[in-house]
Write a protein that binds this ligand. Structure first.
Ligand code: EZ4
Ligand code: CO
Length: 402
């Protein structure tokens, strides 16, 4: 069996997605997500110019060897562009393998470890009251776990505040939007938000919060401590993770659970945080961390230390990634939670899929493969629309972490 062709499909049904389609001489094809928000064409070029020519003629069933060929064989290892491209190939090959076996993908990984996948949704509002209302709407929709992000008095554009309630998309302009960041205002406000949320809704809903890398380790320790009475499911990305030792300080000072890793690409990015048990949840995901083949290695390492998975699942990860992730989540023994931001109707129409939302969970279908396809004719109607993620500056102009 041989790979006969592969091509990259770039489409923008409301936001940009990059998809790799791999075809074989036996008529079976597979697709993988290669979307890297704000850097889509870099991955598309990496695939088209460097990866696809080396795939033609290979046996698609040799997904392990192909993974190592693309990782080790490139000499230049790691990085988001390379690893997203490898992930797209890997996801497409697992899709093909599962279709050949006539089984839903989770069966190839080891079968079901659970019937349904706990997900969390994003509630956000311009101020405290609006955010409390938004959380209530998610509770009414059946969500068991909800991330709350709110506008902060004194900060004009806080991370996570969308234009509408449901479809938050941070990449909002051709060149990065400039936002202003104010740590003291934020640290004063966030505990008030969660106090109000617990007063209003009690302790049954799981509540999460994303700090989005904005704090120093000591500020993160302070915030974690001040949120302890509200028993968060997790505090996410409380400080940048390039220096993983920084998390020792946070860990020593708070029992608020910590989640990190949406920007991680390989097991090497996760290694110290996991081995030193500095986090509770690892957020690496299929598309940005080398596909199912590599994410499985990360999850197995995490399992040794009782670290659970909590994969990134914002709207810039396409339904193809979400489908593959849900098969992974259905199998992975040390599953924690899956992030799920609903895609728009336009996006869902371009990527027909068989996973479904029910009672705060997602359930994978039984279609052979990962269960997500692409309507190429419809995709062609939405040309690429360049957009960048914002940046943040402190009040004095210093460039900060967005
Ligand atoms: O900012 O995916 O937890 N979710 C997030 C996301 C990220 C975007 C970046 O492209 O932090 O909203
Ligand atoms: Co995040």
């Amino acid at each position: 069996m041989k790979i006969t062709s592969a091509r990259v499909i770039v489409t923008s049904p409301g936001r940009n997605f990059v998809t790799l389609k791999v075809e074989t001489d036996e008529g079976v094809s597979g697709i993988g997500d290669a979307t890297l928000n704000g850097r889509e064409l870099a991955v598309a070029s990496y695939l088209t110019d460097h990866v696809i020519p080396s795939l033609i003629g290979r046996d698609p069933r040799m997904s392990e060897d192909i993974w190592h060929y693309l990782y080790r064989g490139a000499y230049w290892r790691r990085g988001p562009v390379t690893m997203s491209a490898i992930a797209a190939v890997d996801t497409a090959l697992w899709d093909i393998k599962a279709k050949l076996a006539d089984l839903p993908l989770y069966q190839l990984l080891g079968g079901k470890s659970r019937d349904r996948v706990l997900i969390y949704g994003h509630a956000n509002g311009a101020d405290l009251e609006a955010t409390v209302d938004a959380v209530g709407k998610y509770i009414d929709m059946g969500y068991k776990a909800i991330r709350a992000q709110s506008g902060v008095p004194g900060i004009e554009k806080a991370y996570g505040i969308g234009r509408g309630d449901m479809y938050y998309e941070p990449a909002d302009a051709r060149l990065p939007t400039e936002t202003v960041w104010d740590t003291p205002a934020y640290l004063n406000f966030v505990p008030k938000l969660f106090e109000k949320l617990r007063d209003t809704y009690g302790f049954e809903p799981q509540l999460l919060h994303d700090v989005h890398h904005r704090l120093t380790p000591n500020e993160a320790a302070q915030l974690g401590k001040s949120l302890e009475p509200y028993r968060l499911f997790w505090m996410e990305d409380c400080t940048p993770a390039e220096n993983q030792e920084a998390f020792r300080h946070v860990r020593r000072h708070t029992t608020t659970p910590l989640a990190v890793g949406e920007v991680f690409n390989t097991i090497w990015d996760c290694k110290q945080l996991i081995e030193e048990q500095l986090i509770d949840y690892i957020r690496a995901t299929v598309v940005h961390a080398g596909g199912i083949t590599h994410l499985r290695r990360i999850a197995d390492l995490a399992a040794l230390y009782q670290v659970r998975t909590g994969s990134h699942g914002a709207t810039d990860l396409s339904p193809v990634c979400m489908g593959a992730a849900l098969h992974f989540d259905t199998w992975v023994p040390n599953f924690g939670i899956q992030e799920y931001m609903r895609h728009t109707d336009e996006t869902d129409a371009v990527f027909p899929h068989d996973y479904r939302f029910e009672d705060g969970h997602l359930i994978v279908g039984e279609t052979p493969g990962h269960g997500v396809t692409i309507d190429e004719a419809l995709a062609a109607k939405y040309p690429y629309d360049p957009a960048s993620l914002p940046i943040a500056r402190l009040r004095d102009g210093t460039l900060w972490h967005w």
